[in-house]
Design a protein around this ligand. Structure first.
Ligand code: SF4
Ligand code: SF4
Ligand code: SF4
Length: 579
């Protein structure tokens, strides 16, 4: 341990810590902008400046290592003036239209300007002109708001290992974007939205579908059905100041009903359906010596585009199952439409997703039939929160309500789909009982839980050992697939989710400031909300869902039947990095 003083307070911190990390141990707040825990520390923005006794000039706390006996000051008149000056310089080349900005109220630059009393723009000068890039189906980039902090670049390159964006030119001319000034739509971007979550300001946001959804709700000729993904209940409360890590399932259903949707179903139902289809597909492949193994899950559209673009040789390994919300969209426009005598062409399906890549996925031509898409519009959790606020609904005070029958019924296995390892655990609960014919007493597979980048387990199915692995983030998927390709690792079944932590940390989730990310393990806390809900459910295995049994009895016959294949399965296409 290294001993130092910060603002006169004695602090001990592990050797190798930075001043920022040591200050955190003493609950001393040093402001940051370009710093993002576990993603980037480059000392570029000069907001975390501190004074170190005996040193020349000010030091950037996020990169300066601590040393024995060091004396640090974080809050002097000089430091406050320098930080304010640096903010004013950032604002000199910034589109300051806060009132119409998607991040107003949740913008790290805006918050710092308020904290440091920035009231004027003394350095107003030439501003760079930019065209908003809104050609991607998922992501909008408005560089007039960009402060060149590079947090998006770091997450795309270091965590996701995609490299769709970078910095070009230098100094005042620096531009963050794709190579040769291309649009994100014309790049290897997989639409994961992790760059949005990393961005401290309003330079990146999702392609909004709010107006389309309001128009559908207000159209008397449309029957508008909504379905929220498992991970939405874990986070929607955060948008209304509620505690992180507490699922708001009942208030979510109530708020959707009050927005005016005709039916409020639950993607968790389709998660259970996915397990029936995917589990059966896995058992079929395990029993066929010519089948492609390991089988790899297909729920995450960011992961699917990554596989199609960077690892097309693994396309035969992808489960042919559509993702759960696409399955439910297909079921709504077939089974539900037939049962209720509704013309499927008049049904408008809205998915509320933790994910920006779902917007790209919903538009894939193979995910629909008879001229209809399975899903008509995708809202992120952030967009849903904006709609709830626009409607004047007091979310935190809503009474709890249930989802509508029968496509709103789910088990605990469906709920945990939203966390890394959840799809694998749900599948194992069902596959175990189907293969062994025995009751699985302890349904919790802790080996596949948690936020470690790659998790492995072996499961004994009455003498047949199944080797499984779980990867979250495309960067971890890359490491896993490289090991499989090199013959270093061998598995039967792999779960991949494109975002770090899985859907609870998807690119459409509420944005957590860099400061809060220093103190909270967002992925673990949000996942706990889902595991708690699972633990409280009477039914925790997908094949026990009575509504899933009913739909097989009445409509599909059995998992992987011809009809199930027609509606619930899909195909994939190899892609070039630059089309
Ligand atoms: S990015 Fe922040 S400071 Fe800039 S306009 Fe938006 S809210 Fe205001
Ligand atoms: S959406 Fe994902 S892949 Fe695309 S630029 Fe952002 S981080 Fe990179
Ligand atoms: S887009 Fe956002 S995260 Fe990326 S460099 Fe600009 S301000 Fe930083």
């Amino acid at each position: 341990m290294i001993n130092l003083t910060i603002d006169g307070i004695a602090v001990s911190a592990p050797e190798g810590s930075t001043i920022l990390e040591a200050a955190k141990l003493a609950n001393i707040n040093i402001p940051t902008l370009c710093y993002l825990k576990d993603v980037q520390q480059i000392g570029a923005c000069r907001i975390c400046l501190v004074e170190v006794k005996g040193a020349r000039g000010l030091a950037a706390a996020c990169v300066m290592p601590i040393s024995e006996g060091m004396e640090v000051r974080t809050n002097t008149a000089t430091i406050r003036a320098q930080r304010k000056l640096n903010l004013e310089l950032l604002l000199s080349n910034h589109n300051r239209e806060c009132t119409s900005c998607v991040r107003s109220g949740n913008c790290e630059l805006q918050a710092l300007c308020t904290e440091y009393g920035v009231k004027e723009y003394p350095y107003d000068g030439i501003k760079k002109e930019f065209t908003v890039d809104d050609l991607s189906p998922s992501i909008v980039r408005d560089n007039s708001k960009c402060i060149s902090c590079r947090r998006c670049v770091a997450v795309c390159n270091k965590i996701q290992k995609i490299g769709a964006i970078g910095a070009s030119q230098r100094g005042f001319a620096t531009v963050i974007g794709c190579v040769f000034d291309r649009s994100l739509a014309d790049s290897p971007c997989v639409n994961c939205g992790q760059c949005i979550n990393a961005c401290p300001v309003g330079a990146l946001h999702e392609k909004e579908s709010i107006d389309d959804v309001w128009a559908a709700i207000n159209n008397p000729d449309l029957h508008v059905v909504v379905q929220p993904a498992p991970a939405v209940r874990a986070t929607i409360g955060e948008e209304f100041g509620m505690e992180m890590g507490v699922a708001q399932t009942g208030k979510l259903a109530a708020s959707l009903r009050r927005l005016g949707f005709d039916k409020v179903f639950d993607t968790d139902f389709a998660a259970d359906l996915t397990i029936m289809e995917e589990g059966t597909e896995l058992l079929g492949r395990l029993g066929n010596k010519d089948a492609a193994l390991p089988m790899i899950t297909s729920c995450s559209p960011g992961w699917i585009k990554y596989c199609e673009t960077f690892y097309p040789e693994f396309i035969p390994n992808l489960s042919s199952c559509k993702s759960p919300h696409e399955m439910l969209g297909a079921v709504i426009k077939s089974y539900y439409a037939e049962k209720n005598n509704i013309d499927p062409k008049s049904i408008y399906v809205v998915s509320v997703m933790p994910c920006t890549a779902k917007k790209f996925e919903a538009a894939r031509p193979e995910l629909g039939r008879d001229g209809m898409q399975d899903v008509d519009a995708v809202l992120t959790v952030r967009e849903l929160a904006r709609m709830i606020k626009q409607a004047g609904i007091d979310f935190a005070r809503l009474p709890d309500e249930d989802f509508d029958d029968v496509l709103g019924d789910s088990t605990g296995a469906g709920v945990i789909f939203g966390a890394t390892g959840g799809v694998m655990e749900a599948a194992l609960r069902t596959v175990y009982e189907v293969v062994t014919g025995k009751t699985l007493e302890n349904v919790e597979f802790h080996a596949v839980r948690g936020t470690e980048g790659i998790k492995e387990a072996e499961v004994d199915l009455d003498g047949k050992v199944v080797r499984v692995a779980v990867a979250h983030s495309t960067g971890s998927a890359k490491a896993l697939l490289d090991a499989v390709k090199a013959g270093e690792k061998s598995y039967d079944f792999i779960e991949v989710m494109g975002c770090p932590g899985g859907c609870v940390n998807g690119g459409g989730q509420p944005i957590v400031s860099a400061k809060d990310q220093m103190y909270v393990d967002v992925k673990a806390v949000r996942a706990k909300a889902l595991y708690d809900e699972d633990a409280g459910k009477a039914l925790r295995k997908s094949h026990e869902n009575p509504s899933v049994k009913k739909i097989y009895d009445e409509y599909f016959g059995e998992p992987n039947s011809h009809k199930a294949h027609e509606l619930l399965h899909t195909t994939y296409t190899a892609r070039k990095k630059y089309e």
